[in-house]
Design a protein around this ligand. Structure first.
Ligand code: FAD
Length: 561
């Protein structure tokens, strides 16, 4: 067996190592057009931010190590130009010398990754507009930072843009984050993204939302980023991170099938339309685990697993890829933001029926010092409670909750299963009723009909709606510090005594800070014959969902000293 692999980083290097573990006899050749293989793309922002000081730590395996440990023939600075499928061979170019040669294969795995998107904007090819994909890109940005940059513009509020903002802030630079959409983080829902926006602003980053870049201009050693309506940002340089597109030129030239999203089409075994050619990683189109639609989900975990799966299949082990649910996590200053499965926006687009809840539990037992809030949104099926997605933001404990939900989604579990999850608990590390259990309790209460729920968007703008009474059951002190416009206040502990003050002919929209006290109020009022609804996530979610109507300082979970 002679296996050729194109692309020597996440997917390609995984495929090569797995291939060797399965066959000592195979000839395995790994082509990489850049000078490095098997490096940690995900670590690049942290070298720029001087968090990772030793550059070599990013190079997980050198070609020499790959040869020694796995007996892989690694050819760096070598680009595969073309595939001749009939002859089963590829044309290869040594970049340094320009020498061309042919290499035959029995099986071929493509892992060429993705390229940063560069929209057609005047001046975008200037040297001060940089992208971050490779070690060389990283070196350029770090040189620019270390040369004494004072002001930087980051364009694109996705995960990589946010990591750049976070890392660049380590040097006290003036940072501008420009985003074409009216909100950052398009993969999560706007009311959750709002929490992150507020946090970023509180750290001095200047946010320019809803402002597409119109052009770049270099003048007197500076870069001018022109936004719409002639607004301009003058800075030392800009980092462009507006997304990536799959690298498909080899596949296209070879006539392999390309899917509707523009990624290389593969089956469950990572096989392309040619049975001798596999493709993995950012270049391929995957099946979305929730919507079953074709999708592009460029993540390292997927590329690594797919590389392994492709190698399994090459060497005769039938191995299937289950589809991608897009589990992502990012750290932005003090906050960790994570999501898994589908967002509400995605479910709406796909026409999938969903129910949602918000909750704000603490990361660990409240009585133990250092507890901080978690903002948690869970999406699930109204028919059977199957979990469809989650978005979680907090200072601590976000990673473990998102991973539990990710596994629950993969296992096809329901909110009723979340109620029963037996999770690790000690006061400093969790809660006897873990946030995951709490999410299960809240959602199943709704499905069982114990509590009618509605959302911030359902609260009428017109405070005088005669059919609705908005009831705040927080303490009068909390009420005085800010409430939903038009809400009346009866603190929970006075509710039984003052129930006669509530009209029986109106719907009561009830809320507290986070949703727990109002749930108890709901139970009291419902059992007393009133038509009552709980505003999911309470005042905190109301404020992040409708900041034009109310604002509270507690929207962003705080680090507890
Ligand atoms: P790559 O790792 O990009 O490798 C493709 C390689 O193929 C490239 O080195 C390219 O030079 C080579 N190549 C292309 N064409 C040819 C050719 N014709 N001949 C020879 N070689 C070729 N994902 C996460 O899950 N978590 C993170 O925290 C995270 N952070 C990231 C941070 C940054 C800054 C970046 C850029 C990405 C991050 N990612 C993260 C995404 C992750 O790195 C990618 O999903 C993953 O690297 C994709 O693996 P791949 O093998 O498909 O492509």
């Amino acid at each position: 067996m002679k296996l050729l692999i194109v692309g020597g980083v996440a997917g390609g290097a995984s495929a090569a190592a797995r291939g060797r573990r399965l066959s000592e006899q195979a000839e395995i050749v790994l082509f990489e057009k850049g000078p490095y293989i098997s490096y940690a793309n995900c670590g690049l922002p942290y070298y720029i931010g001087h968090v990772i000081e030793d550059r070599n730590k990013l190079l997980v395996f050198t070609p020499e190590q790959m040869k020694k440990r796995f007996n892989i023939d690694v050819r760096t600075s070598t680009e595969v130009l073309r595939i001749e499928r009939q002859e089963k061979r590829v044309e290869v170019k040594k970049i340094d010398t320009g020498e061309l040669y042919m290499e035959s294969y029995d099986k071929l795995i493509l892992s060429p990754g993705a390229e940063p998107i560069k929209p057609l904007i005047p001046g975008i090819d200037g040297t001060k507009v940089m992208t971050l994909r490779s070690v060389q890109d990283m070196d350029k940005i770090r040189v620019a930072v270390d040369a004494g940059a004072r002001k930087v513009t980051v364009i694109g509020g996705g995960y990589i843009g946010l990591e750049m903002v976070d890392n660049l802030s380590n040097f006290g630079l003036e940072i501008h984050l420009v985003e074409m959409l009216p909100r950052i983080m398009p993969l999560i829902d706007p009311e959750i993204a709002f929490i992150v926006q507020e946090h970023i602003k509180s750290r001095g980053v200047q946010l320019h939302l809803g402002k597409p870049v119109q052009g770049f201009k270099e003048a007197e050693g500076r870069l001018v980023v022109r936004l719409h309506r002639y607004e301009e940002i003058e800075c030392n340089f800009a980092v462009l991170s507006v997304g990536v597109k799959p690298s498909t030129s080899l596949a296209v030239k070879a006539g392999l099938d390309i899917g509707p999203t523009g990624g290389i089409k593969v089956d469950d075994y990572m096989r392309t339309s040619d049975p001798d050619i596999y493709a993995v990683g950012d270049a391929v189109e995957v099946k979305d685990f929730i919507t079953s639609r074709p999708a592009l989900i460029p993540l390292a975990g997927l590329a690594n697993r797919q590389g392994r799966i492709a190698a399994d299949n090459v060497f005769g082990r039938a191995s299937k890829f289950r589809g991608a649910q897009g589990t992502v996590i990012v750290k932005v200053f003090d906050l960790t933001v994570a999501s898994t499965g589908a967002s509400e926006i995605k479910l709406k687009e796909a026409g999938i029926a969903y129910e949602k809840i918000y909750l704000h539990p603490t990361n660990h037992a409240q009585f133990y010092p250092g507890a901080s809030d978690i903002r948690f949104k869970l999406l699930y099926s109204p028919e059977d409670g199957r979990i469809l997605g989650a978005q979680i933001v907090g200072v601590d404990g976000v990673d473990k909750r998102v991973d539990v939900i990710a596994m629950a989604i993969q296992a096809g579990m329901t909110v009723f299963d979340l109620e029963e999850c037996e999770l690790a608990y000690a006061p400093q590390l969790g809660a006897a009723k873990d946030p995951v259990n709490m999410a299960g309790f809240v959602a199943s209460n709704i499905l069982k009909g114990d509590c009618n729920t509605l959302f911030a968007s359902d609260v009428p703008v017109d405070e005088q709606n005669p059919n609705i009474l908005v009831l705040d059951v927080r303490t009068s002190k909390e009420y005085q510090q800010g409430t939903v416009p038009g809400a009346v206040n009866i603190p929970l502990d006075e509710l039984r005594a003052r129930i006669g003050e509530l009209p029986k002919d109106k719907k009561i929209y009830c809320f507290c800070r986070a949703g727990l006290r109002s749930y108890i109020a709901n139970r009291i009022l419902k059992q007393n014959g009133l038509e009552v609804y709980n505003i999911s996530g309470g005042y905190l979610t109301f404020c992040s969902s409708r900041p034009e109507m109310a604002y509270c300082d507690e929207i962003v979970p705080k680090k507890v000293k």
